[in-house]
Each structure stands twice: as C-alpha cells, then as structure tokens.
Ligand binder design. Structure first.
Ligand SMILES: O=c1ccn([C@@H]2O[C@H](COP(=O)(O)OP(=O)(O)O[C@H]3O[C@H](CO)[C@H](O)[C@H](O)[C@H]3O)[C@@H](O)[C@H]2O)c(=O)[nH]1
Length: 648
C-alpha cells in the first residue's frame, strides 16, 4: 500500500506526533537512545507502528530496509513497535526482530517481544523454514518446520498484502489441510522438507500470557483494522498455553486464526513485492472480518476513477464476480438484471464483500423504457454486457426466445447507449463462436460462425452487429471477450455459480454430486481421440481471473481502442476425468461417474491461445486448477442449495 495524497499527509502528521511524543516522553535514557538510533525514514506500517533502529540493521549488514529488500537473505536487528496509545502513555518499548528473506521476493520479518523471546524460541514447535513467493502472481508460500515433528507447508490463499499466522501446538493437527488465516496449511512429513531449506530458529508462536477478553482484544487493539463486531466470533481460546485464537466470520463462515497476543499484535510482517511502504500490519486479518465500510470505502474513495459502469447481468455468475473486481479497481457500478437466471441475493452478498451498496435494478433489456430510465438516472461511462440466455440445449428447443433475448436485448441496449452518448462497451462473448476448432490453440483470428446451436449463433450474430456499428461510427469503443470455461468462485465462498435446475456444465454438476444433490456424473463419451478418451479437453479458467480480464478490458476502452477481440482463457486444456480428479482432491469427496454416450455437438478439444490478451490487455489468468476446484467447493459446500441455502 503506497501512501498517497491525504494519506501521506496524515502519515507525516502521525510521524511528527509520534516523534513529539517520544521527545516529550519521560526522557529516560532508553527513549533518548531510541531516538538517536531511529532511522530517518519511518517505514513499514500504515500506522507507523514499526521503527527500525539503525544499529540493529547495520550490525547485520542491512543499512536500510528499503535498499536491502531485494538482496539480503537474512538479517538481525531491532526495532520498536508501538501504538499511538503507548506513545501517548510514554511507554516506548523495544523489541528484537529477526528477518528471514529469500531470494525471490517477499521478505518476512518477525517481531518478538524482547522479554518473551527466549521463552518463545524455546517452546515453539515451529519455525520458519522458507518463505517464498511468486512475484508475478502474488502467491506466497512457505514451510514451517520443526526438525523433530516434520514441517507444514502453507500457501497464502488470497492476494492480500500479507498475513500472519500463529498456531498453538495443537493447531496444526486440528487444522491439517484446512485454511487458516487465509493460508492453506497442509501437513508434510519431515522427509519432504527440502534439505536446502534449513529451518530458522525463530518461532512463530508468541503469547504465553493469559489473553484478554475477546472484545478487548479486538477493539482495543490499535494495530488491528476495525472489525465488524457482528461478524467476528471467537471459537476457541485455550488459556495459558501458546495461544491461538480462532476467528470465524459468522456471515460467511470463513475460518481463520488470529494472534493470541496480549498486548501487541502482528508479530510477523510480510513485505510485498514492491517492498516500499507496504507493511502488512493492517492486512493481517481475513478479508471477511475487516470492516470494509471503513477500509474499502477509504480505498475506493482514494482510487475512485469517477466512472460509472453499467453491468447488465450483474447478478449472474460472471457478472457478480466482475462487479467485485471493478469496484476494487475504483469504478462505481450500476447493476441491471432480469433475474431469470440469477438472484438479487448475489448482489446483496457482493455488497457485503465490497462493503458498499450497489444500485441494482430488476430490468429486462427488452424493456427499453426501463433501460432509458437507468441511463437518465445514472451517468454511465461504459457498459459491460453479460445479460443473456446461455443454455445450449434449451437454445435448440427455444431458438426464438434465444434470438429475441440475446440479439434483441443487445440491439435495445446499443440503441439506448447511442441515444445517451455512451459508446464504450465490453461484450461477453464465448469460445463457442469458433465452432469446431480447425486448429488449436484457438487464436482470435480462427474462423468464426460455424456454431451448431442458436445460443452460439446468437453470440456470433451479436459480434457481427458490434463489428458493423464500430465500422459505422468511430465513436464506438468495443472490447469483445471470448470466454473459455469459467469455473470456481470468490474466495469467501459466498457467491458462485448457481444453475437453475440440472446443471448443463461439467463443474457445477460435479460440485452437486459432491454435495449430494446428484447421484453421479454422466461422462459424455469415452471414445474420443483424447488422452483418456473422454471429450472435453477444455480450457477452464477461474472466474476471478475472468472478472479481472473485464477490468483490463474496461481500461482498454480508455485508449479509444475501436473494436478489439480477446480470448480469455488459460491456454491449458484438461479432460473431464482430470477435472473429476482435481475436484476429488479439493473436496475430499469421491465423485461417482458413469461413462455414457457422446453429447451431441461436443467437440473433443477446445483451448485458447491467450497471448493477445496478455500482450494488449496486460492480463493473464493466474489461478490454477487446484484453486478453481477448492474455491468452487467452498461455495458449493457452504451453499449446497446455491443462493436458496438457508443459513442457520
Ligand atoms: O454432465 C456433464 C457435463 C459436461 N460434460 C463434458 O464436460 C465437457 C465440458 O462441458 P461443459 O458443458 O461444461 O462446457 P462446454 O465446453 O461444452 O461449453 C461451454 O463452453 C463453450 C465454449 O467453450 C460455450 O461457451 C458453452 O456455452 C459453454 O457451456 C464436455 O466435454 C462435456 O461433454 C460431461 O461429461 N458431463
């Protein structure tokens, strides 16, 4: 998090306030000493809670944290960690910290109270063996190792700036293979510990003292961002042991582990890729527990692009995920949806995730006057057009309905846009327009139009209409996105794909088998010319990646791009049985399946070449198969009946 504008001003003010507080404090030799040793530049935490002491760093060759972030593997030093409260109370405290860095990125720094350090270093069953990360993807992982007890591998699950993890001796057993604190903790035997990754002597476990009351811990702790009181609940609190505190969001059930420290919180900081001003002190809590009304609104205000995007079909699967990413990117959103294949409950849940109300209307694109009203009421800068019917089989039975809804709805929308001077559009198309692939991977210049069903043809027709309006009027900026096979769901598990009736698509069907809603999966065909004989080597893409592709597309419109077409896929193909296996692994459930006849119209293989989107949109899919399945399972298991699931 870089400090900008007002925030930078308030940081400076805060710095001064703190320094003043130090100066006017008890003037003990200790505080004088600290002042003299303070690095000129305070850094690290948004709230300026960490001061590095020069000598501590220099003694281990780290002369300045920002300069050394990319180069040092290891370091020792000391620092002060303080809250404003403590400063006001003239109680400067000094701590030792240890830093462990890997070559690749994300340094890890651990701050341990001096007086507790001995105890913890002795009693901790874990140490940090290695912390690494993939800078491009923002994924962090590490090994928590103990020579005697083996080690645990973790991978950070989200792309927040950081997280910290504190466990007691029992926790790893209890949470084996579960997520804790946005991390995946899965057990690994000592044999798996790479010998090159020697465990560090530093403990992750911090507090042995009795813990304060939960409320105090949460709300009086100035280092933590505000939490939503109604959403945080303590599940367990083992007293007088190396403590971990289980926090769980009552709304979304997202489990996490928080720090059981009595006085001082985040003990472990990650530095993110840029390494500058990117402390994670305030990013340590799971997303769902943080009061987004406070944090995200501030953020949104800072980042606001001042642009409002109308999202048609914004209550649907891809639409709802895209709304989140767009809001996170600073756009204001208006949703319209006729709710034929979606539910306003998904918008309500998106509102909870983003901590913001989203103007949303039950409007059908065929209702032109209603559409016009929306454009009068809101100053729309661009439209992302998802709305439409999409079931291949149904489209063969009800072709007129498909053409009227998809093509007719789109022409209405385009007319209203034009009448209101809105010429920016992102259109949700599909790889279906390529028909049977003539070559693989599919590039955007692959021939289109040989679709075998009215649904596919309606997408193709709309693409043609868009080409025509773009040629007729240069004011139009249009990005056509051809999706491959979107799967997965938002990390919270609170929104996801919720097909009405029997799912047509593979992954929702598998998920419903896993959750007990369907008896078995019918695998359509086992005599294809594919590695395992099943059809459907498909390019599955995580819906959040796909959603981020829409943010990139909206930004492209700003370049006055004319008409552009991009594949949104991963470029990687998986068969039906690959998907079954991956889902079994993610869910721990056996997926019963039967091999049956081919499904008419299926092609053996279909996967993308996503290079053009990478080159021109600066977008690539980042999430792999495991994550797609894990996220889908979280949604499905928490919401067995989709949005109709009644929460206890
Ligand atoms: O119950 C099922 C469902 C699907 N499959 C197989 O799984 C693969 C994927 O099928 P999906 O229906 O999930 O996806 P498709 O690739 O067939 O179709 C999807 O992607 C297309 C573009 O690639 C179009 O966008 C289309 O509208 C959209 O449903 C196919 O081989 C299909 O035969 C099964 O074996 N059993």
């Amino acid at each position: 998090m870089c400090l900008q504008g007002d925030e930078a001003d308030s940081k400076e003010k805060y710095d001064k306030e703190k320094l003043l507080a130090l100066e006017t404090s008890t003037s003990t030799s200790e505080s004088k000493l600290i002042q003299n040793r303070l690095l000129q530049k305070l850094w690290w935490s948004d709230e300026n809670l960490a001061y590095l002491l020069e000598d501590g760093l220099q003694s281990k060759g780290l002369s300045h944290p920002e300069e050394n972030i990319q180069s040092h593997d290891e370091g020792w030093g000391s620092c002060i960690v303080q809250s404003l409260e403590e400063i006001k109370m003239h109680k400067p405290k000094e701590f030792n910290f240890s830093g462990i860095r890997t070559e690749r990125s994300h340094g890890m720094w651990m701050v341990i109270k001096e007086e507790q350090q001995e105890t913890h270093m002795r009693t901790s069953p874990f140490s940090v063996a290695e912390v690494g990360g993939d800078e491009e993807r923002g994924v962090r992982s590490g090994l928590l190792g103990d020579e005697k007890k083996g080690c645990f591998k973790w991978t950070e699950m989200d792309e927040s700036d950081g997280c910290f993890m504190v466990c007691n001796k029992e926790t790893p057993k209890e949470t084996d293979s579960k997520q804790i604190f946005g991390c995946e903790l899965s057990s690994m035997s000592a044999d798996n510990l790479d010998s090159t990754q020697s465990p560090s002597p530093f403990s992750l476990l911090l507090s042995t003292s009795p813990l304060p009351k939960s409320q105090e811990f949460i709300y009086d702790n100035p280092l933590l961002p505000p939490l939503l009181p109604e959403r945080a609940a303590f599940l367990s609190w083992p007293p007088n042991v190396l403590s971990s505190v289980q926090l769980c969001c009552q709304t979304c059930g997202f489990p996490s582990v928080s720090c059981g420290l009595t006085e001082l919180p985040p003990c472990l900081y990650f530095l993110s890729d840029s390494g500058k001003n990117t402390a994670c002190g305030s990013a340590c809590l799971p997303e769902c527990l943080v009061d987004h009304k406070y944090e995200k609104r501030q953020q949104a205000f800072k980042m606001s692009s001042g642009k409002t995007i109308l999202v048609t079909g914004g209550a649907g699967y891809i639409g709802s995920h895209s709304v989140i990413e767009l809001i996170d990117a600073g756009y204001d959103i208006v949703v319209i949806d006729n709710l034929v294949n979606a539910s306003m409950e998904s918008v309500r849940r998106v509102e909870k995730i983003v901590g913001k109300q989203i103007p949303s209307y039950n409007v059908d694109l065929l209702n032109k006057p209603a559409l016009e009203e929306i454009f009068k009421k809101h100053k729309i800068s661009a439209v992302i057009h998802f709305a439409g019917l999409k079931a291949v089989g149904e489209s063969c039975e009800l072709p007129l309905l498909y053409y009227k809804t998809n093509v007719g709805g789109t022409t209405n929308l385009l007319e209203v846009m034009e009448a209101n001077g809105v010429f920016n559009l992102v259109f949700s198309s599909s790889a279906t327009v390529y028909g049977t692939p003539q070559f693989l991977p599919l590039t955007e210049d692959h021939p289109v139009g040989s679709c075998t069903n009215p649904y596919g043809k309606s997408k193709y027709m709309i693409e043609q209409i868009l080409q025509d309006i773009s040629s007729s009027n240069k004011k139009w900026n249009i990005v056509i996105l051809r999706y491959f096979n979107p799967v997965g769901s938002h990390k919270s598990g609170t929104i996801g794909e919720d097909p009405q009736g029997i799912p047509n698509n593979l992954m929702p069907y598998i998920a419903q088998v896993a959750v007990g809603r369907r008896e078995f999966l019918s695998v359509y065909g086992s005599d294809y010319d594919t590695p395992d004989g099943t059809a459907g080597v498909r390019d599955y893409i995580h819906v959040v990646d796909l959603a981020q592709g829409h943010v990139a597309a909206v930004r492209k419109l700003d370049e006055q791009c004319g008409l552009k077409i991009y594949n949104l896929g991963t470029g990687q193909g998986y068969s039906v049985l690959d998907m079954v296996k991956a889902f079994e692994k993610a869910s721990g459930k056996k997926i019963a399946y039967k091999l049956v006849d081919r499904r008419p119209g299926d092609v053996a293989s279909c996967f993308s070449d996503p290079a053009l989107a990478a080159k021109e949109l600066g977008w690539t899919a980042k999430k792999g198969l495991d994550e797609m399945c894990e996220d889908l399972w979280r949604w499905q298991s928490q919401n067995p009946q989709g949005f109709k699931t009644v929460k206890n």
